[in-house]
Ligand binder design. Structure first.
Ligand code: TXA
Ligand code: MG
Length: 324
């Protein structure tokens, strides 16, 4: 059973307990503004192996390395001018930059899955404070069993991984609710490897150029975790639902009425007012609740594909993808 420490009440104790567990080469579940992460020392092979084992994650899928600030990130990666401008504008925040790994870097090859690039993010709040105290980068995928729905609360982490890890730090519900946006500068091109908690339009505004959306096949190689079935609930998933049947759970968005909603197993609305940030924050929790309702299928109402809607629709398409 994992010990759970409430950061709001016991911040210092949480920092010290987490540092101790990390120093012993074990993973700790930590809150970030996007989703909860399963964090371990990015320079320690045993620690990283434990992340892969705990999640049941394929080892060809690299981990994001979390840093306390840009200065720490510059020790491990080469920054081009556009990536630096993005880091200065959006860190700490829900942006991951894929950058060339510095040759003399102490990041273990297991964290980068042997690539010559590294995915780096500076998270907001408690997580970057912990990294500063620990003094080394933390490799941290989302704190969920591989292929399942990401955790946006300590209770989600506990239900999924609580019997496999020692410590969960609890900072309440994640503010953003979907994972970071991943981008990579490739020559003259700026590529979107994963839509996420930072809207693409904000990145384009700072970079002064358009993001190139990766084709599916290219994305499979570039961000290996991004294809096929992911974020999968137990129930089937049906998208773009304009009506709902009796054995289905409905996840609605906005004020529009959905035909048959009165007879559905359960109805949850991501944002009755149609706010995409609110919808992103509720997404994974509502998917878990709809799944727990026992409905055979979860029907999702259409969600606009703009701003944070791009990340939400990306996660929904993966949740609906054929299971292996
Ligand atoms: O918001 C987030 O990004 C959360 C929190 C915990 O920070 N983390 C997260 O990690 O979503 P994870 O492991 O679930 O997703 C990491 C994604 C994977 O799709 C992986 O393939 C990609 O990042 N990635 C990591 N390093 C990469 C690299 N060097 N090149 C390309 N893709 C990379
Ligand atoms: Mg994940």
């Amino acid at each position: 059973m994992a010990r759970i420490i409430d950061i709001a009440k016991h911040r210092q104790e949480a920092l010290e307990a987490a540092s101790a567990v990390l120093s012993e080469g074990h993973p700790v579940a930590i809150p970030t503004e996007t989703v909860y992460g399963l964090a371990a020392d990015a320079t320690n092979a045993t620690a990283i192996t434990r992340i892969y084992e705990t999640k049941g994650r394929p080892r060809f899928n690299p981990l994001i390395c979390h840093m306390s600030n840009l200065a720490m990130a510059e020790k491990y990666a080469e920054f081009d001018p556009v990536s630096r401008a993005l880091a200065e504008a959006f860190w700490p925040g829900p942006l991951t930059l894929v950058l060339p790994l510095k040759a003399e870097s102490s990041i273990h090859a297991l964290a980068t899955a042997g690539l010559d690039t590294i995915g780096i993010r500076v998270p907001k709040g408690f997580a970057s404070e912990l990294i500063g105290l620990f003094g080394k980068p933390l490799a941290a995928p989302s704190a969920n069993t591989s292929g399942r729905i990401s955790a946006t609360s300590a209770a989600h982490v506990d239900a999924d991984l609580g019997d496999k890890i020692e410590l969960i730090l609890d900072a309440g519900a994640s503010a953003v609710g979907v994972e970071s946006t991943i981008v990579k500068v490739d020559g003259d091109e700026l590529r979107l490897l994963r839509p996420g908690g930072l809207p693409a339009s904000e990145i384009e505004r700072i970079a002064g150029r358009r993001l190139r959306r990766s084709k599916k096949a290219a994305a499979a190689i570039e961000a290996p975790g991004m294809l096929a079935s992911h974020y999968a609930p137990g129930a089937n998933v049906r998208l773009e639902a304009r009506s709902v049947k009796q054995d289905e759970a409905l996840i609605a968005f906005g004020p529009a009425d959905i035909e048959g909603a009165g007879g559905a197993v359960t109805v949850l609305n991501l944002s009755p007012g149609g706010n995409l940030a609110e919808a992103a924050a509720n997404l994974f929790d509502y998917m878990k609740k709809a799944d727990a309702s026992g409905a055979a299928t979860i029907a999702f109402a259409p969600i606009p594909d703009e701003g944070l809607g791009e990340a939400i629709n990306d996660r929904l398409r993966r949740a609906a993808a054929p299971r292996e």
